[in-house]
Design a protein around this ligand. Structure first.
Ligand code: HEM
Length: 477
């Protein structure tokens, strides 16, 4: 077993590169101090004897004092864990659960046509809802000035207004809550040193995305409140499908970002635990599998599948934004034929310039018939891509880690369910529970595809050197 593990370390090229980096850092010296020159070991196996503090001091030293600087660096770099604390991983997974929840609540807000009931954006004071009759009436009066009330809802009572207001207010409150539950723990984990360097950057990016999402939300709502914009779009009072899809896309990216980082941290902690266990051989086998060059193709295909699923979901956002699920409620036919006529798919009604140079893209993004057809095509492509990848990997079972294999079976199940839900939503003319379930299904599908990608992910070089170190210590015991 010892010799096995030794050959594992010996094969591991990243160990060599870490060594090279150490040598370069040592040669450069600090603030132009005279350099410490260490001759590299003749073989990788002898490297392990050179990694200790003792071996660093075996170099040719110019002065004893300067030699201590790189030695101290070597000690810190060798012992500091490049892996974030496990609690950080669970916090991120918890955040992804909250983002999942707010996406579904946002879908319900749209489906119950409640999204345009609050006509202002007050990030802080807006958290307090109307508390008495006069405050409710004041809020209702503001709504009475909106195009939605004037054109579509002039019949609604104060009681009905209270329902749509509460839906939108609940959605915004949940957004604020996620902000607080993300930022405060982030500050705590940062200040207590539980975040690794590369996770710190991700947390900063995700915080930015979270703030941006609030702004995108208001930008979206404004498109349904502004009479000039509605006239320009020749639209009834609803939000722009472009802005709705941007809002949906940013939420999905936030979800995928926290989930990916959470998975990565939990995986790395699992490997650390495995390397410290009495049987580090399991981790060695897994690392061998993940570093197999033959896995590269499957890894690229899995990333492609993730992008394809994301784009399909965004095309669904366009369907939702244009209420395009309320026409052509048959499947697989659209009306009497497989697809509508070309005149209908590329109608000049949607063009806005005299030479009609925008005919194609305007129809692809603004004509409900074409937008629905695009979603059908994207969804079918996604389904068959999963099927093809599944068949491809079944034939290459031997090279794929077991957890990834299992996850791909789940992806197959979820994509079938999602397609069935989409068809049912369409046939039954978009009832609220089915449409909300279909939206949640899109997130569930993305979750499983992301988990599949994560289980195929190569460990980071820093993680490999750290785990190697732990395994070596374990084997010495
Ligand atoms: C891989 C498969 C699919 C994915 C990932 C997907 C994703 C989505 C997403 C994210 C939405 C937006 C939901 C919202 O914002 O409320 C949506 C809407 C929609 N999808 Fe799909 N979809 C898939 C398959 C299908 C299929 C096969 C059909 C039927 C032909 C379909 C029909 C619809 C309809 C009618 C809507 C509009 C629902 C509404 O107005 O709320 N989908 N889809």
């Amino acid at each position: 077993m010892l010799s096995n593990s030794r050959s594992f370390f010996t094969r591991n090229t990243s160990v060599l590169s870490t060594f090279k980096q150490n040598i370069i850092r040592t040669k450069t010296g600090v603030f132009g101090a005279p350099k410490v020159v260490i001759s590299p070991p003749k073989s990788i196996s002898s490297f392990f004897s050179h990694r200790s503090i003792r071996s660093y001091s075996t170099g040719t030293l110019t002065t004893p004092l300067q030699s201590q600087i790189p030695v101290a660096n070597a000690v810190t770099n060798a012992t500091r864990s490049p892996i974030s604390h496990r609690a950080v991983g669970w916090w991120l997974i918890g955040t992804s659960g909250l983002v999942f929840g707010i996406v579904v609540l946002g879908g319900l807000t749209r489906l119950t046509e409640s999204g345009l009931s609050i006509t202002e954006w007050k990030p802080v004071t807006g958290a307090i809802p109307p508390l008495n009759q006069s405050e409710w009436e004041e809020e209702f009066d503001k709504y009475k000035n909106s195009p939605e009330f004037k054109q579509l809802n002039s019949h609604i009572t104060l009681e009905e207004f209270k329902f749509i207001f509460s839906m939108e207010w609940g959605h915004r409150l949940m957004g604020r809550t996620i902000g607080v539950l993300f930022v405060l723990p982030a500050l705590y984990f940062w200040s207590t040193g539980k975040l690794s360097r590369h996770v710190k950057w991700k947390v900063v990016g995700l915080t930015g995305l979270l703030g941006l999402q609030g702004a995108i939300g208001w930008w979206m709502v404004k498109s349904g409140l502004d009479e000039e914009q509605l006239l320009e779009r020749k639209s009834k009072p609803t939000v722009s499908q472009y802005r709705l899809t941007t809002h949906l896309g940013a939420a999905f990216l936030m979800y995928l970002g926290v989930l990916w980082t959470g998975f990565e941290i939990l995986n790395e902690n699992k490997w650390t635990k495995g390397a410290r266990s009495s049987n580090p051989q399991v981790i060695k086998t897994l690392f061998d599998q993940l570093q197999n060059p033959a896995l590269k193709r499957i890894r690229s295909l899995s990333t492609g599948l993730l992008c394809l699923t994301f784009i399909t979901a965004m095309s669904g956002g366009m369907v939702a934004g244009l209420d395009a699920g309320l026409i052509y409620n048959t499947f697989p036919h659209m009306g009497d034929d497989w697809i509508p006529s070309q005149n209908e798919l590329f109608s000049d009604v949607f063009s806005r310039v005299s030479d009609q140079s925008d005919l194609w893209w305007r129809n692809l993004l603004e004509n409900p018939t074409t937008v629905q057809l695009v979603h059908r095509i994207m969804a079918t492509t996604t389904f068959f891509s999963v099927l093809a990848l599944h068949m491809y990997t079944v034939k290459r079972k031997a090279i794929i880690p077991k957890p990834a294999q299992k996850m791909l079976h789940t992806v197959m199940g979820v994509v079938s369910f999602q397609v069935a839900l989409g068809i049912t939503t369409l046939i039954y003319l978009v009832p609220v529970p089915l449409a909300a379930a279909h939206q949640a299904g899109a997130l569930a599908l993305l979750t499983t595809v992301l988990a599949f990608c994560s289980r195929l992910k190569k460990p980071r070089p820093q993680t490999i050197s750290y785990i190697n170190k732990l395994m070596k210590e374990q084997l010495k015991k």
